[in-house]
Design a protein around this ligand. Sequence first.
Ligand code: AMP
Ligand code: ZN
Ligand code: FE
Ligand code: FE
Length: 275
Amino acid sequence: MIDLHLHTTASDGRSTPEELVREAALAGLTTIAVTDHDTTASIAEVTGAAEASGMTCVPGIEITAVHNGQDVHMLGYFLDADNGELAEFLAGQREDRRRRLFEMADELDRLGMPIDRGRLQAAERDSKRALGRPMLADALVRAGYVATISEAFERFLGTDKPAFISRRGASPAEVVELITRAGGLSSLAHPGKSNLDAIIPELVAGGLGAIEVYHPDHDERQTTHYRELARRHGVLVTGGSDYHGAGSGRTSGFGRVTLPVDDYERLVGRAGWTA
Ligand code: AMP
Ligand code: ZN
Ligand code: FE
Ligand code: FE
């Protein structure tokens, strides 16, 4: 079983690299990709632990691009995690995550819901770690303003909700080019969540390598739609569980959404990758 969309504690996942690999092995996965938000910090550890348990690990990333103030998640696979331009870009992304999070915390102050910033401040000391809105959601739950992480997003933190502040940064097309220059293959993450089919032709013309077809937030109709769109544009297909670990407020566990072997082999062939 193949799962090419997994998060660790380097971003907003709840599992450390070792825990992630142990959980993946228990679920019967044979090939995984670690795709943390805007950081490559876990790739070496996940790869080492995966190899020790007889699994293959594809180096990956999930970069947040911005289109008209809206976040657009772009996956990158098989890239050189030590690429200098990529590293510099990602450091800037993490800095913008920090800015946004503290600005959103200020918004929560204004809304009369001050949160404990202790964990944010502790986390920001690790410059390789990508901060994210789930930390604010957690703080809102701990303070008792909301009952669940989902409620925090639905009422306050989601796009255009009262405490929402936009990210700043590169366009999806620029991120495609960056991933290509870092030796990687790009994939438009969970397009069914973002309503941006209109920009797909431009991204394909700019070198987009794949579309994420298999994702827990895609229903059958969307899965079929994006599979067909990928075929029509002559790009490949990726997929995975978008696992964030126990307690993340996301319900998708391992093994429910996987990538067919044929699709995986096409990716490896296109990237010319050897584990
Ligand atoms: P950020 O990276 O700061 O833009 O935050 C986005 C992340 O928050 C996503 O990658 C998810 O992991 C998480 N997230 C978004 N919506 C929800 C939700 N309704 N429930 C739980 N987690 C969510
Ligand atoms: Zn996430
Ligand atoms: Fe995402
Ligand atoms: Fe993700």
